[in-house]
Unconditional design. Structure first.
Length: 149
């Protein structure tokens, strides 16, 4: 009887361990088991998207307000076109705001930071940021410095 109780406790411990691993994997990957929240899509064009990735964060004042849905190449302008899903609760982003690619820490992940403008009209579904700032490409800077350009 004692061995059966021990086996049962070990089994419960293993199930709890697997549940914790699944929870951590979902948190790290950016996927959430909960229902999808209401969002609207806005766009930005960058000369260099750097290390941006789908499901990357979009933030304002350090607070995450959305996610990057997809990054594609605009075949007419040869720029990276980034589609961002912004939470519907953040429905007052001024139309003259800027989208800037920033890096968390020195070598951290890249994300889009929205620098808020002063216009009284707000961005709507399908609007695009007029002002953008591309990613800082460290390799290109070092190469330009070394070659004297």
């Amino acid at each position: 009887m004692v061995q059966r109780t021990t086996e049962f406790v070990v089994g419960l411990f293993m199930v709890a361990g697997f549940a914790a691993l699944v929870f951590l994997a979902l948190q790290v990957s950016g996927l959430t088991p909960g229902g999808a929240t209401d969002t609207y899509t806005v766009y930005a064009r960058f000369n260099d998207a750097g290390g941006l990735a789908a499901r990357g964060r979009v933030s304002m004042a350090g607070v995450t307000v959305g996610r990057i849905r997809e990054i594609t190449l605009d075949r007419e302008t040869f720029q990276a076109r980034v589609a961002m899903d912004i939470d519907a609760s953040v429905d007052n982003i001024p139309t003259d705001s800027s989208a800037i690619i920033r890096t968390s820490g020195l070598l951290g992940e890249q994300y889009i930071d929205i620098s808020v403008g002063a216009d009284e009209t707000a961005m709507q579904e399908g609007d695009a940021f007029y002002s953008t700032q591309s990613a800082l490409n460290l390799e290109r800077m070092i190469s330009n410095f070394a070659s004297g350009r």
